[in-house]
Ligand binder design. Sequence first.
Ligand code: ADP
Ligand code: MG
Length: 299
Amino acid sequence: MINATNVVKTFDGFRALDGLSLHIDKGSVYGLIGPNGAGKTTFIKSLMGIYKQDEGIISVDGETVYNNPVSKQRIIYISDELYFFPTYSILDMAKYYAGIYENWSWETFENLKGVFKIDVKRKIRRLSKGMQKQVAFWLGICTSPDVMVLDEPIDGLDPVMRRNTWSLVLQMVADKGTTVLISSHNLRELEDVCDHVGIMHQGKIVMEKALDDVKGNIHKLQLAFDGGMPLELRNSLDIIHEEVFGSVELLIVRGEDSEIAAKVNEYKPLVADILPLSLEEIFIYELGGMGYELESILL
Ligand code: ADP
Ligand code: MG
């Protein structure tokens, strides 16, 4: 659905996007994760045709968004800096959207009044930043988009509104098969919502993963043996990280938990705990193997 290949965007010679490639399937919720300055907004603006990249290709459904009114109809972009007409109320803005977007749904607009609970006669510019985001989101959903692009959507939202936002995103995906791209500097924020994650660092995607593949295939082991860990066992495990605390070995191992447990138990361990990893830990260990400065990417 969304494809980017070797995209480069420079600002005065600085490569804000430095050969970025990513792939987002239709109906997927894709989390674009990276620290401030990684290039998330620059990529999103290039995708939306607000910036013209210097090199590379970005397409949505095989077409570029730039100068393409059909694509623009079907994509909703909620930027990190919102713009609303100064004097418009929520209802005025809704009427304006209804005139532009052919799939606008007044029914959805009515239904969501109960979720957002903001008087539609209020002027949008007078609302708090967080409320303005909610309004942008509310109006965006009513356009029944094929693609929704959200740049740091939960910044400035309280926990209740965050939960509301996520549940609406997931409901929209379930109902309409909407493809969603969400950027965030916080992996933990997105791990329950996304099915795919791209980790961005210095203008590139350094890792792209389906979360189903990631979870379950990597485990933390705490082991202790009488006389230390047998070399044979060590050699039979796919170890990606190792630490020793006194007589206890902490290992990060790739593989199915039942297979790992079977191997370990052959050697009669004194202690053998197999624990799942959080998504954050998984990325930290995997990226570590690739030689990246992890804390700067994920924390
Ligand atoms: P993110 O959204 O991941 O925080 P940005 O895409 O906003 O990152 O910025 C990536 C890098 O590009 C930063 O170093 C930023 O300073 C630079 N940059 C972004 N926009 C511009 C611009 N319009 N002019 C010059 N530099 C920019
Ligand atoms: Mg940004």
